[in-house]
Ligand binder design. Structure first.
Ligand code: ADP
Length: 489
């Protein structure tokens, strides 16, 4: 089976969030299972700077953006430690700048994002054609490639190369839809007839993700619970109706995690490696974390958070109860970037409670690994969470997750109250309603159990022993691919 995987970000080349982790992992698992996979992504400025071993191919292509013809070049590389080919679309005007989607200094979206991702969507199809791939499946991800299924059913429908091609769209987060003013329809090259409320229009605007939802052969999202949630007005961000219309073609597949990157036994970022058989390294990681973040070296619970600082992540609940939290004997370490109001608030807490609170307000891969390894508990009280990766990393690092029961958090975390700790199923702490009293009560439950070292260690080991690797999810993707390949167009 030939699959082309399109993503606007892929680890290790470019990352703003979970999508990159996933796009950097699943193609490798699919290839191991016999899928002929090719990855296509933009050649961002940051990729050029990092000097990956890429080779410029002789492929050149053109995309019409409105009345302008834009040309692109193609570079080729491989996913690290694998034979998965990655093709990078090069256009200096669109991608040769700092930032993937927005200005890093202000987090304001680039004004030309619609053009940039029309270029990616059509450019990818041009390149697939030039490479003679004849794909069975084009696997699209999020709004940045949402127009691909639309193009394949319209402008590209008659191209020989796509005669038997089916599409699947994975929604990683429905809050990001790629909404642009209606005049950008002209840039897409698509027929204005598609600009109606059943297809590309969304309350007067052009919606790339909606296009993908309507036109792709199958849709999936990254957990079973989120697949249900997005069909409700509460979580659907206005697309719940369209998704309900397609509910027969909508699936949920939980993300896996890449144990070659996130594994305390081999992690190169942490001071001491450890595993279920030898937990002593975790104590050293905790001390190292306290030192690095200038917190006193004390044997009290360290609660970690690594997160985009947005409302989605439940930060208002944490802020609401911060004073109460500070009454407990604990330390709190936060790594995050995002909204100014949260950056300021957490910086104020760090100044006010220097012995208890430490924050790092940048994007820092190394600190992320150190926090996973050095914390005792990991906090993720998300308002919604399509899948979430950090709770899975936390499980592997013996850092017990405290999460709100939503989306992928509900599908991966089982509360200690549900099963006896000895049977290996329970792996964390959950609360249901989006409510700060419940958040506080759940943290207090965790702090109480932490006092019982034997029980706590058992809980850590349960999480560390569970298998959330990609191989399981990759098989589910292959089953979905097979399902649509069989369909008669
Ligand atoms: P989302 O994709 O919604 O941001 P996920 O939990 O699915 O949330 O994935 C977030 C990914 O981004 C994780 O790999 C996490 O470690 C990483 N991450 C988030 N913020 C930072 C940061 N400030 N520094 C380093 N890594 C971060």
């Amino acid at each position: 089976m030939r699959v082309v995987y399109l993503s606007s970000e892929v680890v290790p080349f470019a990352k703003t969030g979970g999508l990159a982790d996933i796009a950097g992992a699943i193609p490798k698992s699919l290839q191991k299972l016999g899928v002929e996979i090719t990855v296509i992504m933009p050649l961002y400025g940051i990729i050029k700077e990092n000097k990956y071993p890429l080779v410029k191919t002789d492929i050149q292509f053109e995309v019409r953006i409105g009345d302008k013809l834009k040309s692109g070049y193609v570079y080729k590389g491989f996913m690290p430690d694998s034979k998965v080919p990655v093709y990078f679309l090069d256009n200096e005007q669109y991608y040769g700048r700092n930032g993937l989607y927005n200005y890093p200094e202000t987090t304001k979206d680039f004004e030309d994002n619609s053009e940039r991702f029309i270029f990616l969507s059509q450019g990818a199809l041009e390149v697939i054609n030039k490479l003679n791939i004849y794909p069975d499946i084009v696997h699209c991800n999020d709004w940045q490639t949402g127009l691909v299924p639309v193009y394949l059913k319209t402008i590209y429908a008659r191209k020989e190369c796509f005669k038997n091609t089916k599409t699947i769209l994975t929604i990683h987060n429905i809050a990001y839809q790629g909404l642009f003013w209606h005049w950008d329809m002209k840039l897409t090259g698509l027929d204005w007839g598609l600009f109606n409320s059943k297809q590309l229009e969304f309350y007067g605007k052009l919606n790339f993700l909606k296009g993908g939802v309507v036109f792709s052969d199958l849709i999936n999202t990254v957990s079973k619970t989120y697949a249900k949630e997005i069909q409700t007005p509460e979580y659907g961000e206005g697309l719940d109706g369209v998704l309900r219309d397609r509910s027969k073609d909508l699936y949920g597949i939980i993300n896996g995690m890449d144990y070659s990157i996130w594994n305390p036994e081999t992690d190169k970022f942490i001071i001491a490696n450890y595993g279920v058989k030898n937990l002593s390294g975790k104590q050293l990681c905790k001390k190292a974390l306290q030192n690095k973040f200038r917190l006193p070296e004390r044997n009290i619970p360290v609660v970690g958070m690594i997160t985009r600082l947005t409302d989605q992540k439940g930060l208002d609940l944490v802020v609401n109860k911060f004073q109460d939290l500070m009454k407990a004997d604990l330390q709190f370490v936060l790594l995050g970037t995002g909204e100014q109001k949260y950056q300021e608030l957490f910086q104020t807490y760090a100044n006010k409670y220097p012995a208890k609170v430490a924050v790092k307000l940048n994007f820092d891969e190394c600190s992320a690994h150190e926090i996973e390894a050095g914390s005792d508990m990991f906090l993720m009280p998300s308002r919604f969470e399509p899948c979430g990766l950090n709770q899975l990393y936390s499980l592997k690092y013996g850092t017990v997750p405290i999460v709100r029961s939503t989306g992928g958090l509900a599908d991966t975390i089982t509360d200690v109250r549900s099963y006896p700790i000895t049977n290996g199923k329970a792996n964390g702490f959950l609360f249901k309603e989006y409510n700060s009293d419940l958040l506080l009560a759940t943290i207090i439950r965790a702090l109480d159990l932490f006092k019982n070292k034997t029980q706590w260690t058992k809980l850590m080991i349960s999480g560390m022993s569970q298998d959330w690797s990609w191989d399981i999810s990759a098989r589910e993707y292959i089953a979905l691919y097979k399902k649509i390949v069989k369909r008669v167009p």
